[in-house]
Design a protein around this ligand. Sequence first.
Ligand code: NAG
Ligand code: NAG
Ligand code: NAG
Ligand code: NAG
Ligand code: NAG
Ligand code: NAG
Ligand code: NAG
Length: 461
Amino acid sequence: MLHWVYWVVVVVVAGVATFKARGAQVTYDGRSLIIDGHRKILFSGSIHYPRSTPQMWASLIAKAKEGGVDVIQTYVFWNRHEPQPGQYDFNGRYDLAKFIKEIQAQGLYACLRIGPFIESEWSYGGLPFWLHDVHGIVYRTDNEPFKFYMQNFTTKIVNLMKSEGLYASQGGPIILSQIENEYQNIEAAFNEKGPSYVRWAAKMAVELQTGVPWVMCKQSDAPDPVINTCNGMRCGQTFTGPNSPNKPSMWTENWTSFYEVFGGETYLRSAEDIAFHVALFIARNGSYVNYYMYHGGTNFGRASSAYIKTSYYDQAPLDEYGLIRQPKWGHLKELHAAITLCSTPLLNGVQSNISLGQLQEAYVFQEEMGGCVAFLVNNDEGNNSTVLFQNVSIELLPKSISILPDCKNVIFNTAKVCSSVEIKFTVKFICHTRDFILKIIVEVKGFTRKEKKKMGNSLEP
Ligand SMILES: *[C@@H]1O[C@H](CO)[C@@H](O)[C@H](O)[C@H]1NC(C)=O
Ligand SMILES: *[C@@H]1O[C@H](CO)[C@@H](O)[C@H](O)[C@H]1NC(C)=O
Ligand SMILES: *[C@@H]1O[C@H](CO)[C@@H](O)[C@H](O)[C@H]1NC(C)=O
Ligand SMILES: *[C@@H]1O[C@H](CO)[C@@H](O)[C@H](O)[C@H]1NC(C)=O
Ligand SMILES: *[C@@H]1O[C@H](CO)[C@@H](O)[C@H](O)[C@H]1NC(C)=O
Ligand SMILES: *[C@@H]1O[C@H](CO)[C@@H](O)[C@H](O)[C@H]1NC(C)=O
Ligand SMILES: CC(=O)N[C@H]1CO[C@H](CO)[C@@H](O)[C@@H]1O
């Protein structure tokens, strides 16, 4: 009984929660980021400010927020901001501070991936062309000229953000920053200078005193206190985890699709497949998932790297023009709502996994106070599977994860896209939650003290 009332309260609270970060302290533990003393499960979406126009920013961010996104993640584009050494450009599509302020105005958080090498299918990976004329420079290694310019630009950006009061520690929306980018892919090529560069980059970043944590993606040896995070399509299966029990499990790039090259096939990744892997990551202790991209946008002019199409990640939840792409946008919105509903037991419960069959398993988060959440996974790609979970028989669709916010009732299944393109989202959401909400009403009603007494009386001989 208490249990059901509790869920009703969670629904209401989740509905009115806002993401204001007034002078918030951002830390972390082995479970999640901690903002103002509260652990958080966060959904994040990548939107790159130079890949749309300032006129589009407000509406893109609003649609991301409506889709259940809590954080907007962006790279910083060095070669646009410093076209000549010491000459800076932060105007128009390059107005980073304005973009971050728009995120703040809509009550969302921001993750700033400074790099400053960013890859991002961007010309020269974001490095300015003039850099290669610097005498004795070797990129992205323990090389004094490179480190000088890297530190110079990183400091410029951090100081700019600080001067505008944009870090969460100052009351701004930025809760995370990234230094370098997928460096481990090339680290070995630099022999012993690779690891020493990683240590230098982490130390340099941390000494900038942003007041919020730093991450390094795909960098399993990220030095403390920098958090190593996962990039990929299936981080629930591939991520070996943070490199310290005191760091949370975070996914900085979950590819919603893939970039395309001229002459290449259009890459399609289904809403069901994305939802499956996000749910699995959360079930396996993940607490931060970023969609790369949530809105890809346009590679204007000669911004993109060789062969990359003008249209960037058009198959994302918001298409190139910022229009909602269904069923991806709606299906992920429902997934976010289902997981948000479970966030208290997820963040405070003890996780265990139980085998339910050869290809079926359950991940259960159990709170001392009775809260319980289950993720039932069917890894069988071809067949439905009927499993017995806590004495209840439940049918699982092929290659799917069912979410049970009370360990009894399924409110979401990753393979069940409960929508058609024409139906509006509100209707679709009801279609997933209808049974659950009805149950709440029935259960709460069935257990009121008066009725209980009545029931008790009628049962008496
Ligand atoms: C960055 O380098 C420029 C010269 O290119 C210099 O004027 C500026 O002071 C340097 N800034 C930092 C923070 O080192
Ligand atoms: C998740 O965290 C729990 C501790 O609450 C730990 O026992 C378990 O092994 C972790 N599971 C995975 C898949 O990392
Ligand atoms: C639980 O998860 C661990 C780690 O993935 C795995 O080694 C173990 O076999 C799982 N146990 C069951 C009962 O599925
Ligand atoms: C699963 O389905 C395949 C056909 O898709 C069938 O060949 C196989 O026998 C089924 N397996 C089980 C365990 O029912
Ligand atoms: C799985 O079950 C659903 C509904 O119960 C049904 O529509 C579907 O055809 C089944 N799929 C397979 C592969 O048996
Ligand atoms: C599960 O069902 C069995 C037999 O139907 C019963 O003996 C057992 O107590 C039940 N367990 C729970 C946890 O309800
Ligand atoms: C298209 C692509 O590069 N996919 C990669 C996504 O990430 C997984 C694991 O990190 C790789 O195995 C895939 O090749």
